[in-house]
Design a protein around this ligand. Structure first.
Ligand SMILES: *Cc1c(COP(=O)(O)O)cnc(C)c1O
Length: 374
């Protein structure tokens, strides 16, 4: 017996696969790149990786991007046959199962390239070579790039590897910084051509640059946040970008109580009712991804009206002061969803918690059931 059988609290993240499809179509129309890599790491930013991949492919994505090979294999096991690239690896990664599944590997150095080639059986593994242009994460450093290109070219001539992609990742620190990284990337591409490599896709831009740095779109964009209908910008909403938020987080109110002025709400009484009022109990807490930092701040929509968290968010629940609004147990409390339909946005929760919408959706906990709708 689980919540899915209808016994427990109906904590639901409703995921609109049609919205993901729409967002990819919109992004494709904006970016007009030859290829489109839909990023579904971290369980599709909390939306469900398989759902996200299916929606994205239906909307015209040509490849799927994930962080590590285990995520790629899980997609293969779910029947996703499209090209998948994984780019973040532990030093002792066993690439064999991923290569057997035809997963493409993002490679950041000579040792990693040799390891991938050593783990191949059958056809030559497809790799995307990553060049570090300034983010300070992975990717071959400028001083290692020539060696990586040389080794890749040698192995490619021997049919032991196929270099399909070259890529890097932007900081988004400023337009100037991104353009400086693009400049370095272009030099690195020149080096690859000199080494005799002619990869089919050069990719650099994630969601923010896909919109704002057209020069960085190249052959493919590598978009995560945008496909889920969320905006990476402080000054532009998803709607302004033509995107539809794919996730709605909601739960039925567990209890309602009439309280007197002075009544405290939740641990530490950081909120007290200023007058006689009604407290509604929302059975979602930080174990479900509702940030405790959003105590006394996070927005909630109930019966078409908007309220705020009253007092601290606890592990399983929080209180909302609904004043004199008629609220009954079982009424849906919507934490976030599509603002065009009246819901608060994930970005508002990010603001309330001092974080970003990315973190709000990816941290939804395991007790919350993902309900896929079209
Ligand atoms: C997560 C990630 C992306 C997607 O970033 P968004 O801002 O969500 O579009 C793209 N490329 C790499 C290397 C990533 O790690």
């Amino acid at each position: 017996m689980t919540e899915a059988d209808g016994y427990g609290v109906a904590r639901e993240a409703i995921v609109d696969r049609g919205a993901i499809e729409h967002n990819v179509r919109t992004l494709r129309a904006v970016t007009r790149t030859h290829e489109f890599i839909a990023v579904v790491k971290a369980d599709g930013y909390g939306h469900g990786a398989i759902t996200a991949a299916r929606g994205a492919l239906a909307g015209g994505a040509t490849r799927i991007g994930v962080a590590d090979v285990a995520e790629a294999i899980a997609l293969r096991q779910a029947g996703i046959g499209a090209p998948i690239v994984a780019w973040l690896h532990a030093p002792d990664t066993d690439f064999r199962p991923a290569l057997a599944d035809g997963v493409e590997i993002g490679v950041s150095g000579v040792d990693q390239l040799r390891r991938v080639v050593a783990h191949a059986s059958g056809s030559a593994p497809v790799v995307h070579l990553k060049f570090e242009t300034g983010l300070g994460r992975n990717g071959a450093a400028p001083g290692e790039w020539a060696a990586l290109l040389g080794e890749a070219a040698r192995l490619e001539r021997e049919d032991r590897v196929r270099v399909d992609g070259l890529f890097s990742h932007l900081s988004g620190a400023s337009r100037e910084d991104d353009l400086a990284q693009l400049g370095l990337f272009e030099e690195a591409l020149g080096g690859a051509a000199e080494a005799g490599l002619s990869p089919r896709i050069r990719h650099l831009a994630a969601t923010a640059a896909a919109f704002d740095v057209p020069e960085a779109r190249l052959d493919a964009v590598r978009v995560g946040l945008g496909i889920y209908g969320l905006s990476p910008f402080d000054d532009r909403s998803a709607a302004e970008l033509g995107l539809r938020p794919a996730m709605t987080l909601r739960v039925p109110i567990a209890a309602v109580r009439r309280v007197q002025a002075g009544q405290g709400a939740s641990y530490g009484y950081t909120y007290r009712a200023e007058r006689d009022t009604t407290f509604a109990l929302v059975p979602l807490g930080y174990a479900d991804g509702v940030p405790r930092q959003a105590s006394n701040a996070g927005p909630v929509r109930i019966r078409g009206e908007r309220f705020r968290v009253a007092g601290r968010v606890a592990m399983d629940q929080f209180v909302v002061d609904v004043g004199d609004t008629e609220v009954a147990p079982g009424d849906q409390a919507v934490l976030f969803g599509d603002p065009l339909r009246g819901a608060p946005s994930a970005a508002e929760w990010g603001d309330a918690a001092g974080t970003i919408n990315y973190e709000i959706v990816t941290r939804i906990g395991p007790r919350v059931r993902r309900v896929v709708v079209e």
